[in-house]
Design a protein around this ligand. Structure first.
Ligand code: GCO
Length: 431
């Protein structure tokens, strides 16, 4: 694989280039989690249960070998709370040992671990207590963080407390609406249709649950305090789903109000963190009546999102604007669900060019972790393939795609592409 040519931005020393996964989506058999329960509940809306996923619980070393050999220097993976604490107060020492081995394995392969403590799934017992709305949710999560500190202490520098709290808040609100209609609860904001012919619940039309928003911020703060007291050198943050809300003419106020509970309140809550994760895929245009449908003929991906690579640069710029320059940014998820791997390269090339322009304009970025390392379980279905590496779900054989080699070569080169010809690419200003 030749190093991608053309103009490019030399990356800062220590810039992390790699890929991300999450436990429930890749490990398999997460049987003590609330998601597993939802997947197997009679009449569930979930099209496909996660099952074995891609068996990364057993094959994580192989995953890390591939990422290292491809040229990456970082891997974001998660610790599964439901494995660490399958019953309230009962810590599995075997699970702690398992994740300590993963941290050591990453470090031994030259992969800087970025570790997520909560990635949409919770222990069933926690959800049965009311989840994030349980009276002692923040304390329960902080206690889990205290246990997780035993894993992080052997060499993790960057930890994510909660993945996409803003999506969690939307999911709670959607469950409330589904419950009002007597529908199976919709467990993930990306499930567009309520079950059995009921009217579609479109996440874009549901406001996040404000009580959950505040509970998540409290839980993040409580866990951060525990982690920092366990290891003051730990860099603690969380990852926010950036939807790149673009106001149509005359709709700025509507767009700002729409973005507040869905994104900006979480960005503002990050101003005292060590870093913030940006997770972005596409944009959403907001008109005076709210979110606008995609115009006929818009190119979309396997998740029905608009193909819009420059969302990356726009999300980074917005995050920096709201959070402030004192909190560096890490891209912890960016990618595309597609069966056309060349389109994945096209998308990522343009996305990175928009990132380079933002970095040229002074935004401090710590790294770029692509979603996802592996084709995996996309919350109810295996159809949307985000992976740089394909996985045979019978044999679990891993096969790196051309995009994996292309991005790995970029990682090795220490440069990301610049595309001055792109309409929004900003003039390369001296840093
Ligand atoms: C999310 C999660 C990931 C998804 C990815 C693609 O943002 O929903 O962090 O688990 O799989 O974003 O939808």
């Amino acid at each position: 694989m030749t190093t991608p040519t053309g103009p490019g931005l030399d990356l800062p020393n220590g810039f992390l280039m790699g890929a991300s996964t999450s436990p429930h989506q890749v490990e398999g058999n997460n049987v003590s989690s609330d998601w597993w329960q939802i997947e197997h509940r009679p009449g569930t809306f979930v099209a496909e249960p996660s099952g074995d996923a891609v068996d990364s619980f057993h094959r994580w070393a192989e995953d890390m070998d591939l990422l290292s050999e491809l040229g990456f220097n970082s891997y974001r993976f998660g610790i599964e709370w439901a494995r660490i604490e399958p019953e309230r107060g009962k810590v599995s020492r075997a699970a702690v040992a398992h994740y300590r081995a993963m941290v050591t394995g990453a470090l031994e392969r030259g992969l800087t671990p970025v570790v997520t403590l909560h990635h949409f799934t919770s222990p069933r017992w926690f959800s049965e207590l009311g989840g994030w709305l349980a009276p002692d949710a923040a304390e329960l999560f902080a206690e889990y963080a205290r246990t997780a500190a035993e894993i992080l202490e052997i060499g993790v520098r960057h930890v994510v407390t909660i993945n996409e709290p803003n999506m969690l808040a939307v999911m709670h609100a959607i469950r409330n609406v589904a419950a009002e209609h007597g529908w199976e609860s919709i467990a993930h904001g990306k499930q567009k249709n309520a079950p059995t012919g009921a009217a579609a619940i479109d996440p874009a039309t549901i406001d996040p649950d404000a009580d959950v928003v505040h509970a998540l911020i409290e839980a993040h703060r409580a866990a951060s305090a525990v982690l920092k007291s366990a290891d003051p050198g730990l860099k603690v943050g969380w990852t926010i789903a950036n939807q790149v809300y673009q106001a149509e003419p005359g709709a700025q106020e509507v767009a700002d109000a729409y973005a507040w509970l869905r994104e900006d309140i979480f960005l503002e809550a990050s101003r005292q963190d060590d870093w913030i994760g940006v997770q972005v895929y596409t944009r959403h245009r907001i008109g005076t009546d709210g979110p606008l449908p995609l115009p006929e003929g818009t190119e979309t991906t396997l998740t029905d999102w608009e193909y819009y690579p420059r969302a990356l640069g726009e999300a980074v710029r917005h995050t920096a604007e709201v959070v402030g320059p004192q909190v560096p940014i890490m891209i912890t998820e960016n990618g595309i669900a597609t069966g056309d791997d060349q389109r994945r390269i096209d998308y990522t090339d343009e996305a990175l060019a928009s990132l380079a322009a933002a970095m040229r304009d002074g935004v401090e970025v710590l790294g770029y972790l692509h979603w996802s390392a592996l084709d995996n379980y996309e919350w109810g279905t295996y159809r949307p393939t985000f992976g740089l590496i394909a996985v045979d779900r019978e044999t679990f054989t891993r096969t790196p795609k051309q995009s994996a080699r292309w991005l790995g070569a970029l990682a090795r080169s220490g440069r990301i592409p610049e595309r001055p010809e792109l309409p929004e690419a900003r003039a390369a200003s001296p840093r």
